[in-house]
Design a protein around this ligand. Sequence first.
Ligand code: MG
Length: 270
Amino acid sequence: MRIVRFTTGEDPAYGILTGELDRFGQPEEDSVVVALSGDPLYVGIKPLEQEHRLADVRLLAPVLPRSKVVGIGRNYAAHAVELGNDVPEEPIFFIKPNTSVIGPGDPIGYPSQSQEVHYEGELAVVIGRICRDVPAEKATDVIHGYTIANDVTARDLQRKDKGRFSRAKGFDSFCPLGPWIETDLDPHDFAEGRSVQTFLNGDVVQDGSTRDMVFDIPTLIAHVSSVMTLLPGDVILTGTPEGVGPMNIGDEVEVSIAGLGTLTNKVVQR
Ligand code: MG
């Protein structure tokens, strides 16, 4: 099931996106959004007798993390190496503020403090219930679903701040999420390998597979939840494959994950 958050110009609502994806990961033209009563994270799936054509709605970030977005660093060996880092022996993580989240089609603001803003296409895991100390073998129980993220990073500020990521990764709009949450996959599907691709103005710039994660999704959930309680709607970004690079004002960046769709955003002057 694909869960969207959307607006028709009124208050945001949740819905289920019906139909299939085409080979570019885009919904078919006649796709329909069936509206839901309330936030399915808290009240379950309660369809209303209300439908909209997808063309008549604007999709929003499919989840608003109540407390945090947890980013995993260097979780693809080739990406660790491309930035001159060692492959970590245990997961490295950091927090992006929930105020960095934007939705599909929303602009990424290029801040004046940076001259080197990078894309990082990533698989994102959405947590479905309050949990801590989750054993890896129970991780599936706490997953609500999966979406796509761009872990936008001011690379020059990341170097300047010497490994403190809060500024480099924490600007408003530095966490595009969407376009929806897919609930019908599980960690095994990603361990088998799903392609993660990033396109800059239509050219492929990252072409990885979730098979190449250093630490798999259950391990990441176990590790993070052994430190901090995870709440419904918290998001874990699972790391980026190799090929990170700069975006400029006016660029369009798309992140595609097989079976999940495509997240598209443009870069504007902040
Ligand atoms: Mg990242």
